[in-house]
Design a protein around this ligand. Structure first.
Ligand code: AP5
Ligand code: MG
Ligand code: ZN
Length: 214
């Protein structure tokens, strides 16, 4: 499986990617997670990225492309990969195609996870993430058994810095302007698939697998 997951902020890309990697043991490459790790490590790259992320804007392509290229070159990607949150604009999509052609790892599919705009704000303001294992929760839709604590590993839950209403509005705007056109981009290449991202997470996962022929 060589897959790009497309979808608005909060559509459930990360949630579905985590289920796919559990079932198919291939890596999830989330540029958002890689950037947040760089921010936490206080690296130079992280400090540059943080100023864009806090505003809800895209981090410059040069930063993200280098990160993805390095990650795709690692051994565990040879059997397949799931790109989550990348590419985010046409320039990144074109650069990705060139990179994958060079590596002989061309995409099988781009899967768009479709969720109505009015659902996204609540999903994002309600999101909580485990600091230790990365499991995602939502205080409105899938709350942990004990407030602030991960069901899986007992780790502390945190709220992302960019999950504030103002920043979310900007992220949604950036998505509509820069990322949504990729639906046409992949449709033009004949590899676009789409799935409804509303309803329960397990049901969506079953549809994701069926849509991808897994
Ligand atoms: P990134 O981390 O990619 O954030 P995003 O695209 O805004 O997407 P999210 O992670 O917010 O949403 P998701 O679709 O993964 O949803 P999730 O599964 O968590 O990017 C962050 C920032 O980094 C960007 O703004 C940019 O600055 C930078 N960046 C990243 N990549 C970049 C790139 N390629 N180029 C340039 N800059 C880049 O679910 C959300 C919530 O909903 C959770 O609480 C979850 O539990 C809940 N939920 C999930 N499914 C359901 C359901 N079916 N019903 C109810 N609730 C649900
Ligand atoms: Mg995500
Ligand atoms: Zn955990």
């Amino acid at each position: 499986m060589k897959l790009v997951l497309l979808g608005a902020p909060g559509a459930g890309k990360g949630t579905q990617a985590k289920k796919l990697i559990e079932k198919f043991t291939i890596p999830q490459i989330s540029t958002g997670d890689l950037l947040r790790a760089a921010v936490a490590a206080e690296s130079e790259l992280g400090q540059e990225a943080k100023s864009f992320m806090d505003k809800g804007e895209l981090v410059p392509d040069s930063v993200v492309l280098g990160m993805v290229e390095e990650r795709l070159g690692q051994d565990d990607c040879a059997q397949g990969y799931i790109l989550d949150g990348f590419p985010r604009n046409t320039a990144q999509a074109e650069a990705l195609d060139a990179m994958l052609a060079e590596l002989g790892m061309e995409l099988d599919s781009a899967l768009s996870v479709e969720v109505p705009l009015e659902d996204l704000m609540k999903r994002l303001t309600g999101r909580r993430t485990c600091r230790d294992c990365g499991q995602m929760y939502n205080i409105y839709f899938n709350a942990p058994a004990e407030e602030g604590k991960c069901d899986k590993c007992g780790g502390a839950l945190f709220q992302r810095d960019d999950d504030r209403e103002e920043t979310i509005r900007k992220r949604l705007e950036v998505y509509n302007e820069q990322t949504a056109p990729l639906i046409d981009y992949y449709s033009g290449k004949g590899i676009l698939k789409s799935v409804e991202g509303t309803g329960d997470i397990e049901g969506i996962f079953a549809n994701v697998c069926a849509t991808l022929g897994l």
